[in-house]
Design a protein around this ligand. Structure first.
Ligand SMILES: Cc1cc2nc3c(=O)[nH]c(=O)nc-3n(C[C@H](O)[C@H](O)[C@H](O)COP(=O)(O)OP(=O)(O)OC[C@H]3O[C@@H](n4cnc5c(N)ncnc54)[C@H](O)[C@@H]3O)c2cc1C
Length: 330
C-alpha cells in the first residue's frame, strides 16, 4: 500500500483518554477519525462524581455524548465501529520519515479499512487489536489468577507521552493513568499534544519549535508591542537563534511564519468570546433533560426567555389560554 493516508490520525476509543487526544490533535488541524464501540470502563460507572466541572456529578451517558460531540465539533469524524486490527501498511516498518506515506491500516468490524499516518490507542480494556505491531512479550504481560493465566496489555508499554517503540503508534490507554476518568483524560491530552508536535516535526519544524500550548486568549491582552506581528517574529528569532536550523534558511522562515500565525490565531475579540460562550451553553443545553431545566430555572424564567409569539402559538395549539404580561389570561 502506498500514497497519501486517508487520515493523519486514527484514535481508537472515545472515552476520556481518546476524546482528549483526538480533540487536541484535531484542533491543531490534523485530519482525525475516532472509532468508538465496544467494552467501555466509563459505561460501567454508575455516576461520575469526581470529574471537574460537574458539581453534582454527571451520568456517563451524557458525558459520553458530550465527548463525542466535542470531538466532532473539533473536526474529527466519529465512527461508531469496533477496531479489529491495526497493521503496518505493507507489513513493513520502514517508511519512517516520509510524511506522505501511511504507516498503518486500521480495520474496523463493519466499515472499510482506513490508512493512517498515526494511531492512538485509547481503550482501557482492549489492546488485542494491536497484536503483531510489536512482539507479544513487549506489549502484553501474563498474570496468574487462582491458577489460571490471563494476558493483559502492558500498562507500561508506552512512555508517559504515549510514544511506543513502534513509530507512529501511541498509547493513551491502557496506561497507569487509566484508573480514574480525569487522569485518563489528562493522559489523552498529553498524548494528543505529542502527536501534534510529532506531526509538526514531520512538516519541517524542530522539536523546540513544535512544542506549544492550545490556549484561547482575549484580544484585549494583545496590547503594546505584542499587537505588532514584528514583535512575535523578533521573539521567535531570539528563542530559536541557537536551535538546530539555520535562522537564515527558508525552512526557518517557513516555520517562523507558521508559528507566529499559530500564536496570533489564539486571540479572539469580545464578540467572538461572547459567541463562543453562547455556543458552549447551547451545546450543553441540547443534552439536558428539559424537565431538569424547568426545575432548575423555574417556568417563569424560561417563558420570559422565549419568544412571546411562540408561547402564544403553543398555547393556541394546546387549546390553552395564553398568559398576558399582567399575569392574567385571555
Ligand atoms: C465500575 C466502575 C466505576 C468507576 N467509577 C469511576 C468514578 O466514579 N470516577 C472515576 O474517575 N473513574 C471511575 N471509573 C474508572 C473510569 O471509568 C476510567 O478511569 C476511565 O473511563 C478510563 O478512560 P479511558 O478513556 O481510558 O477508557 P474507557 O472509558 O474504557 O473508554 C474506551 C472507549 O473505547 C471504546 N473501545 C474499546 N475497544 C474499542 C475498539 N476495539 N474499537 C473501537 N472502540 C473501542 C469503548 O467503547 C470506550 O468508549 C470506574 C470504572 C469502573 C469499571
Amino acid at each position: 500500500m502506498s500514497g497519501v493516508p486517508d487520515r493523519d490520525l486514527v484514535v481508537v476509543g472515545c472515552g476520556p483518554a481518546g476524546c482528549a487526544a483526538a480533540v487536541f490533535a484535531a484542533r491543531d488541524g490534523l485530519d482525525v477519525a475516532v472509532f468508538d464501540r465496544g467494552r467501555s470502563s466509563l459505561a460501567r460507572c454508575a455516576h461520575l462524581e469526581n470529574y471537574p466541572g460537574f458539581p453534582a456529578g454527571i451520568d456517563v451517558g451524557t458525558l459520553s455524548e458530550l465527548m463525542r460531540a466535542q470531538a466532532e465539533r473539533a473536526g474529527c469524524a466519529v465512527v461508531e465501529d469496533l477496531v479489529e486490527s491495526v497493521e503496518r501498511a505493507d507489513g513493513a516498518p520502514g517508511d519512517a520519515g516520509d510524511p506522505d506515506e501511511p504507516r498503518f491500516v486500521v480495520t474496523p468490524q463493519s466499515g472499510d479499512p482506513v490508512d493512517a499516518r498515526r494511531v492512538v490507542a485509547a481503550t482501557r480494556y482492549d489492546g488485542e487489536y494491536l497484536r503483531g505491531l510489536d512482539g507479544d512479550e513487549a506489549m502484553f504481560e501474563v498474570h496468574d489468577h487462582g491458577g489460571e493465566t490471563h494476558e493483559h496489555f502492558d500498562r507500561e508499554y508506552a512512555d508517559r507521552d504515549g510514544t511506543t517503540p513502534v513509530d507512529g503508534l501511541y498509547v493513551a490507554s491502557p496506561s497507569e493513568a487509566d484508573r480514574q476518568a480525569v487522569t485518563a483524560a489528562g493522559r489523552g491530552a498529553r498524548v494528543g499534544k505529542k502527536v501534534v508536535a510529532d506531526a509538526r516535526v514531520d512538516d519541517g519544524w524542530w522539536p523546540a519549535a513544535a512544542e506549544g500550548v492550545d490556549w484561547v486568549r482575549r484580544e484585549a491582552e494583545l496590547d503594546g508591542e505584542w499587537a505588532d506581528r514584528g514583535r512575535w517574529v523578533e521573539w521567535f528569532d531570539a528563542e530559536h537563534a541557537d536551535g538546530p536550523v539555520d535562522p537564515n534558511s527558508a525552512r526557518f522562515a517557513r516555520v517562523r511564519e507558521a508559528a507566529v500565525d499559530d500564536a496570533l490565531s489564539a486571540y479572539v475579540d469580545a464578540d467572538e468570546e461572547t459567541a463562543r460562550a453562547a455556543a458552549g451553553h447551547r451545546a450543553l443545553a441540547e443534552r439536558l433533560d428539559p424537565d431538569a431545566v424547568v426545575d432548575a430555572h423555574g417556568a417563569d424564567v424560561l417563558l420570559d426567555a422565549m419568544d412571546d409569539e411562540a408561547v402564544a402559538a403553543y398555547a393556541g395549539e394546546e387549546g390553552l389560554d395564553a398568559p398576558q404580561a399582567d399575569g392574567g389570561t385571555r
